[in-house]
Design a protein around this ligand. Structure first.
Ligand SMILES: Nc1ncnc2c1ncn2[C@@H]1O[C@H](COP(=O)(O)OP(=O)(O)O)[C@@H](O)[C@H]1O
Ligand SMILES: [Mg+2]
Length: 524
């Protein structure tokens, strides 16, 4: 009896097992695991992942990711996107089967994030719903339209003499501490109310410098239309390397939705250095100035993504302002020459002008905008023609005058006029000037109205003319700010206002001078 029961139980159990075995379909495991063979600053060598592809994202322990860079049969050189300190040889590495991507969307506006999308502003993680790969093909030629709309920077010297168009790539270069970042930040500040989304990508800067930039943007009310993407100097070089690509994908999301976007890369010198460091660690052969051979390519494929899309593709635009720091004013070094040839023009900042207090320190003679002139407002084109010539003549003669040469009347007049042009183009930081005020000042200059004002009084005189612009009739204003150009009548109206303002200004300053002279006499 007991033996029969026992037999039943055994039979039933085996039958169950049999059924279970029949049901079981073997499936392949999707996980591919390799191991770290070697870790160094910023990179790791990994073996055991023979199928990993170029630029595939690999997952390391502790939530660190890396990008497969050198893909060999036996070993992969990986650029790490996080701290390498906690990784050890022998740790497991997993394939993800995807390339690096970044969260994009309107939710990022007003936020400060790192290139992986993590919040750096102490706020909650941005609630984005869409992701884009960080490396994306540039729009094809047939999807591009000519640059026709100005990107107003609010800086008189740039808007008048080196104009930038929406969809253009304009390089800002100069030695350290010449005001490069200031120009880019001012350009972002000026997009307030202009329906231009901005992305400021800080690469390898000190934390304090980034904090200052963000504070300026916040105080200027510019964060509502801006995304800040940051890698600091002490972050992994891999993060600095991917930062501009991630920032560009964030910007492209807006452009592809039909919006106008301005992106600032501050700066690509640090980006090139990070890439050189990674390449040397990965034992790629060094080329000129120890940069790897493809450094030109990594910057050109980045800047190719800036463009103006044609109407059928939504008509959006991406304007790029890459920044490069030169050493001892050497613009013919490897990286600056590369960037000059990739962009549509450059704004060169001169340390000697900076020392003289000519701020922004734009060297007009060495700066050029190869496409922005066509996008410049017709009003500007009508008033800046003579200005450029007069300023160039002045710069040439100025050097002579410094040697104390005796000057004939014509030369002296050119120099005095030039000095007033320069005075009018000066501008403090974070003080963008609207179109109408710029036009009033430029018209007053071209009519030589300032030439009677003593140089020391120029800042106040220029201010008086800008304030007078508030009295321009609204229809005239609409015409000047549109793209119809300036009629003789409108021109006369604005010039008359400027002239009156200067007459009043001189009368009041004579009173001031007079009263201070009296005060001086009575005191003595
Ligand atoms: N237009 C300006 N007027 C007054 N100060 C300026 C102006 N532009 C820049 N600066 C000052 O010059 C210094 C260097 O500017 P910054 O933009 O940081 O230079 P860079 O980015 O070239 O190193 C900063 O202290 C900044 O405040
Ligand atoms: Mg800077």
């Amino acid at each position: 009896m007991a033996a029969d029961d026992f037999k039943d139980v055994i039979e039933q159990t085996f039958a169950k097992l049999e059924r279970a075995r029949a049901r079981y379909v073997p499936r392949l495991s999707l996980r591919e695991i390799g191991t770290i063979t070697n870790v160094a600053t910023g990179i790791a060598k990994v073996s055991g992942l023979p199928d990993a592809g170029f630029e595939e994202l690999l997952a390391f322990p502790g939530g660190v990711f890396g990008i497969a860079f050198n893909v060999d049969e036996t070993e992969i050189g990986v650029v790490l996107l996080g701290e390498h300190e906690n990784l050890r040889a022998g740790d497991e590495v997993e394939r993800t089967g995807r390339v690096m991507d970044v969260a994009v969307g309107d939710e990022l506006l007003g936020r400060v994030v790192d290139p992986l999308g993590a919040a750096l502003d102490g706020g909650r993680p941005p609630a984005t719903r869409k992701r884009l790969p960080i490396e994306r093909p540039a729009p094809s030629i047939i999807d591009r339209a000519p640059v026709t709309v100005p990107l107003q920077t609010g800086l008189k010297v740039i808007d008048a003499l080196v104009p930038i168009g929406r969809g253009q790539r304009e390089l800002i270069l100069g030695d350290r501490q010449t005001g490069k970042s200031a120009i880019a930040i001012d350009a972002i500040l000026n997009q307030r109310g202009q329906d231009v989304v901005c992305v400021y990508c800080a690469i390898g800067q000190r934390g304090s410098a980034v904090a200052k930039a963000v504070a300026v943007l916040r105080d200027g009310g510019a964060m509502d239309h801006t995304v800040v993407v940051v890698t600091e100097g002490n972050d992994a070089p891999g993060l600095a390397y991917i930062a501009p690509y991630a920032a560009t994908s964030i910007a492209e999301h807006f452009m592809e939705a039909g919006r106008d976007v301005l992106i600032v890369y501050d700066d690509l010198t640090q980006h090139a250095r990070a890439y050189r460091e990674l390449s040397l660690l990965l034992r790629r052969p060094p080329g000129r100035e120890a940069y790897p051979g493809d450094i030109f390519y990594i910057h050109s494929r980045l800047l190719e993504r800036a463009t103006h899309l044609r109407a059928e593709r939504g008509g959006g635009s991406l304007t790029a302002l890459p920044i490069i720091e030169t050493q001892a004013q050497d613009i013919s070094a490897y990286i600056p020459t590369n960037l000059i040839s990739i962009t549509d023009g450059q704004i060169y900042l001169s340390p000697s002008l900076f020392e003289l207090g000519v701020l922004p320190a734009v060297d007009v003679g060495k700066s050029v905008s190869r496409v922005g002139g066509k996008a410049q407002r017709a009003t500007y084109r009508a008033v800046t023609g003579d200005l450029k010539l007069a300023y160039a003549q002045f710069e040439e003669l100025e050097t002579f005058a410094r040697f104390g040469a005796r000057l004939d009347d014509d030369t002296r007049r050119i120099i005095e006029h030039g000095q007033r042009i320069r005075a009018c183009l000066k501008q403090p930081e974070s003080a963008p000037v609207p179109v109408l005020e710029q036009v009033a000042v430029l018209l007053a200059l071209s009519e030589q109205l300032f030439d009677a004002v003593p140089l020391a009084r120029m800042p106040a005189a220029e201010r008086a003319v800008r304030e007078a612009a508030a009295d321009v009739a609204s229809q005239v204003r609409a015409r000047l700010e549109g793209d119809a150009g300036i009629s003789a009548e409108d021109r006369r109206a604005v010039v008359a206002l400027a002239r009156d303002a200067l007459v009043q200004f001189r009368a009041s300053s004579n009173v001031e001078l007079g009263s201070s002279a009296t005060a001086g006499r009575s005191g003595g």
